[in-house]
Design a protein around this ligand. Structure first.
Ligand code: 5GP
Ligand code: ZN
Length: 115
């Protein structure tokens, strides 16, 4: 827990969010500024600032987040049509909140490459 971190506060319920899934490893909630009909953020409960800060022993966490992203895609009914999973990292990647998160977006068609 990082007391200055917005997403740590969401994970512990100090800041409200629309939770869509949680377990002992991760929390998933609706993005406040959705970029698709469904836009969910999945975060580890552990404070990890970015993908750059993942350590070898934490590898299981990223696997867990990906599994739950696919689970939520199925649950929301767009797994077969397709969806987008994104991890923005640092300035050039467009990261604005420095608690690692996976964007799960679905419910519309996406273009590639992103801007
Ligand atoms: P990033 O730009 O770091 O990859 O993504 C941060 C995401 O967090 C953005 O999509 C933004 O809309 C979302 N966000 C920022 N503040 C809040 C908040 O207080 N609550 C929720 N639910 N999402 C937030
Ligand atoms: Zn945090």
């Amino acid at each position: 827990m990082n007391t200055d971190c917005l997403f740590c506060k969401i994970a512990t319920g100090q800041i409200p969010s629309t939770l869509v899934y949680e377990d002992e490893i991760c929390v998933a909630f609706d993005d406040i500024n959705p970029q698709a009909p469904t836009h969910i953020l999945l975060i580890p409960r552990d404070h990890i600032s970015s993908l750059n800060d993942f350590e070898e022993h934490q590898g299981v966490i990223i696997g867990h987040l990906m599994l739950k992203a696919a689970y939520l895609a199925r649950k929301n009914g767009f797994a077969d049509d397709g969806y987008r999973v994104v991890i923005n990292t640092n300035k050039d990647g467009g990261q604005t909140v420095f608690h690692l998160h996976i964007h799960l977006m679905g419910g519309r068609e996406f273009t590639f490459p992103p801007g």
